[in-house]
Write a protein that binds this ligand. Sequence first.
Ligand code: UD1
Ligand code: CA
Length: 431
Amino acid sequence: MSISIVILAAGKGSRMKSTTPKVLHEISGKAMLFHAIDAAQKISDDITVVLYHQAQRVQEAIESHYDNVNFHMQDAEQFPGTGGAMKGVRTKYGKTLILNGDMPLITQNSLLALTNGDADINMSVITLDNPSGYGRVIIESEKVQEIVEEKDCLPLQKSTKTVNAGIYCVNSELLNRYIPKLNNNNAQKEYYLTDIVKMAVYENKTVSPIYVEEGEFKGVNSKYDLAKAEEIMQRRIKIALMDAGVTMRLPDTIYIDSRATFEGECILENGVSIQGTTHINASHIKTNSVIEDAIIENSDVGPMGRVRPQTHLKNSHIGNFVEVKKSTLTGVKAGHLAYIGDATIDEGSNIGAGVITCNYDGKNKYKTTIGKNVFVGSDVQLVAPVTIENDVLIAAGTTVTKDVKQGELAISRIQTKNIADFFYKFFNKEK
Ligand code: UD1
Ligand code: CA
């Protein structure tokens, strides 16, 4: 589609009270700005992001994820404000869609709706019970007259509930003519992009208000807004997954990263947290388990299981209080209270309660390799690097410090000594 998109991301975001640039704050595992870029990329091949505050950090973050985004540096010292941000921006196509970088909930469909028709300016408006913080849209005889920022509002204007949602689709030629004419005669001494509306009205151009849902056009200015936007995003992610067949028990208690993917019939119980680029296929994740950047296929985890990055579980059972990190488990049972890190465990093997792979010596990490049909008894320590071959028994309480060959029993244990009537002597009691 022949439309250019400009995303404004140069602002300081001081209301976030953070050293992280506002647009890099994450919602469901992805920077706000990246949610906006993803939606933009679905409808345009000419995307420009305007930068200024912490420009290098934001640009590097974008470049590590996208290779077809253009950048424009705002001269924010001389020309602060959203209008200043547009100064000098050159776009390729006849229509330019401008959106704020702090609108992570926007979707491709809503962006498209703003590009329809042949008005000179399409602008997004919402009607809000509480319009505070937004620019008010002054409409007379069903015609948009101007946008007045809250700080510039006359008392009467302040009660206007129709507000500017922050996305505009503008005839590019008009935009190039209006931007140089903006001034900063306002409460904030900034160049407001929103003033192009009254310039267009003055020239009898058509300005068409497009009424939109708050759910998609919410601007994020504070940590509270961030949390609220995340709630909306979470609801959206979960509804889409349930529509695709994922079963969720008490979905409001579940967190799912926007990058996570599901396949086959999956069940997520209450309190589950699915983080990062996790992929889950035909598996059951039970109450209060935490999964991060892992692949889980045809397995069950929890309740209260923890599966950490670079883990691949296949046909396995991971029970309560078991932590698995950077390990590949195929056809394995680890039912209770274990730490499995930097390990490969093969089919038919059983990991008892209290088993620990001692993978770290304080300097380096080492691997544990366990073959097929290995029975690792309770409370075993596997001091890595160590290899356990197929068909092995490891007795409860053993500290394994050398490789175990096929068919062997490994046992390291002090003999139990039973001392008769010691109890009565110790507590001075009669038998
Ligand atoms: C802006 C609108 C307001 C609208 C609201 C919707 C203006 C003047 N006001 O207000 O009418 O209701 O969005 O959410 O446009 N930015 C720059 N350079 C700057 C200043 C801002 O690139 O010099 C970027 C910011 O990074 C941000 C976006 O522009 O992504 C909006 O800036 P922000 O300060 O959040 O504007 P609002 O006060 O929310
Ligand atoms: Ca804003």
